[in-house]
Ligand binder design. Sequence first.
Ligand SMILES: Nc1nc2c(ncn2[C@@H]2O[C@H](COP(=O)(O)OP(=O)(O)O)[C@@H](O)[C@H]2O)c(=O)[nH]1
Ligand SMILES: [Mg+2]
Length: 357
Amino acid sequence: MEGCHRDGGANRRVNLLPDENLSLRMTASDAALVDDVLSGQRRALAKAITLIESTRPDHQARAQALLAALLPRTGKAIRVGISGVPGAGKSTFIEALGLFLIEQGKRVAVLAVDPSSTISGGSILGDKTRMERLSQREEAFIRPSPSSGSLGGVAEKTREALLLCEASGFDVVIVETVGVGQSETAVAGMTDVFVLLQLPNAGDDLQAIKKGIVELADIVVFNKADIDPLAAEMAAAQMRTALTLLRPASEHWQPPVLQASAAKGEGIAEFWQSIEAHRAALETAGELTVKRRHQTVAWMWQLIDSGLRARFRDHPGVREALPQLLDAVEAGTATPAAAAQQLLDLPGHAYDNVKFD
Ligand SMILES: Nc1nc2c(ncn2[C@@H]2O[C@H](COP(=O)(O)OP(=O)(O)O)[C@@H](O)[C@H]2O)c(=O)[nH]1
Ligand SMILES: [Mg+2]
């Protein structure tokens, strides 16, 4: 995409669409921010992500311009999603992995999608002590979930933050999420490879299988194998059987089941080998490009869906008529179809209230 026109720095214009129908003017300081993000400055990256997370309409417009300017420089990182129940050892594992990758000369960004942070006000990564060593490294960038908003909102911001990290030259972007259902789907939908971190006990297995998370996994890792190696071995064997039943056989990739001890740093190198093998398999088959294309298109539809829903709810006529119609539907005096039709047919559903200059 050739979205970025430079005109001496100040008042740089950025096209948000291929033709010039939608373009934004960037202030000199935002243009400088783009350059600083591109040159890998972590403070600039943090600032850009803060702008993206802001709900203020003027910030949103600036954030979209920033993203459009950076988009041509995205796409080079390996995007890894890691999920597991609280206590599975995700943070410990990611820290060990991050340090391993830095030793290999890579720069690593860690982002989080944490739906619980919106309820508790905390964040899975809020506890910095968990990744103390990694966060001290210059080659690492760690960012917790935005602490407000719906899962959809948090996921959307994380996806944009991921693109910013890529533009900023991070070789690997890890997205961590707690295993509580829908957040896994969101993370699997924004990453190249989705990893399920499991505890070696049957209860954890059954939960993951029941919730349909195992089907999403490209790699399964049994962590804390140091505690009871035999139990880990058995759990891994059972999971291999479950996977052959749950995952439709792909000619390109059969999800491996690994063991690790994040606390001892064991199994990390083997894990990374699997990530590289997965990537090689996707690239050979031409699937990586296809996968990412599908993901961006699905993302666009999600934004349309949530945008339409939000505007529908904001419609004055809908606000006025909704309570009564809800009552009628609940009481059985109106059919859901008739009520929905009436609301959808209200005049003046405006789709043009996003203002760009
Ligand atoms: N024995 C053992 N403990 C671990 C291992 N990985 C993590 N832990 C411990 O398990 C607890 C939860 O780990 P944490 O990384 O915070 O889990 P998260 O909630 O999934 O991020 C911490 O006390 C860790 O020190 C491991 O491989 N072996
Ligand atoms: Mg954690």
